[in-house]
Design a protein around this ligand. Structure first.
Ligand SMILES: Nc1ncnc2c1ncn2[C@@H]1O[C@H](COP(=O)(O)OP(=O)(O)OP(=O)(O)O)[C@@H](O)[C@H]1O
Ligand SMILES: [Mg+2]
Length: 268
């Protein structure tokens, strides 16, 4: 049994082969002990770990475990997923929206980390909690889907009211920038607040990725990370902002397991 593990800041992801098909498993980092017990339950598995919590998880395993650099594992996993999905991309920007966001340029077999932003999935969780008290990911995303951003976010068309804007009027001029001028009308709902949090994160991630794509002359941006899991509101924002920026967004199926898949592949 071979198992690839990506222990990130928020979630531990595992990828392994079972009956000739790729299987996945996930544990929250608050249940790292459960992840360790699950791994220790396999007598003589071959394990490769990656991610920021790999060393900690490794120290809880009863047998020898290999370790691998996170960015290499992630890029190898993405390459595998794209090839499997018939993807022809050879040169692209890879944006991993995990707890934080990491941006890479992939050109055939070379990968270069370009940088990142602290605005990521952890921001969705943290700001959502501050603004609504909610802590459950599924609840946050499902309420965000019903929210309206218009009274919280300032659009270009709000500023250029009655005039011809030099930009598409629908794009955001200032995330959360519409709160002060609007004064005290109806209270803002949780749904509206959450929709604006997702908007802030999605737009930031997409704009930074689009700038990187322009700089390197590539058109495809591959978006991965658990922040997109069952999160249509985030996908929609990222998709529209990426297209507005002239690039093509791709959300590979199982992209959140890229690091775990890369670690699994390294075991041969
Ligand atoms: N069940 C879940 N519980 C908590 N967060 C979730 C869940 N499903 C999706 N998420 C979202 O995914 C994000 C974590 O993504 P991911 O698993 O890719 O990060 P990570 O690998 O743990 O972190 P990093 O790579 O930054 O160390 C969370 O911040 C949250 O927005
Ligand atoms: Mg990660």
């Amino acid at each position: 049994m071979n198992i690839g593990i990506d222990a990130g800041g928020t979630l531990v992801k595992a990828a392994y082969m079972h009956n000739h098909s790729l299987k996945f498993k996930r544990f929250p980092i608050s249940r790292l002990g459960d992840a360790a017990s699950w791994i220790n339950g396999f007598e003589k598995a071959k394990i490769c770990m990656t991610g920021g919590k790999a060393a900690l998880l490794k120290s809880m395993i009863n047998y020898k475990v290999a370790e691998m650099v996170e960015f290499e594992a992630t890029c190898d996993g993405v390459r595998y997923l794209l090839a499997k999905n018939d993807g022809s991309e050879k040169s692209y920007i890879l944006t991993n929206v995990g707890t934080g966001t990491s941006i890479h340029h992939i050109d055939h077999n070379k990968q270069q980390r370009l940088g990142g932003t602290g605005v990521g999935g952890g921001t969705i969780m943290g700001l959502s909690q501050l603004l609504t008290g909610l802590t459950d990911y599924e609840a946050i995303v499902s309420l965000a889907a019903k929210g309206v951003r218009d009274r919280i976010d300032l659009k270009v068309s709000h500023i250029y009211e009655g005039a011809e804007p030099p930009l598409p009027g629908d794009i955001t001029a200032s995330n959360f920038g519409n709160i002060l001028p609007q004064g005290s009308t109806d209270p803002l709902t949780k749904e509206d607040r959450l929709a604006s949090v997702i908007g802030l994160v999605g737009e930031t991630v997409a704009v930074v990725s689009v700038l990187a794509a322009g700089h390197y002359g590539v058109s495809s941006i591959i978006y991965i990370g658990s922040s997109f899991v069952r999160n249509d509101p985030l996908k929609e924002v990222v998709e529209s902002y990426t297209k507005l920026g002239g690039a093509s967004p791709v959300f590979p199926e199982h992209g959140e397991y890229s690091g775990a898949i890369g670690a699994l592949l390294s075991l041969g």
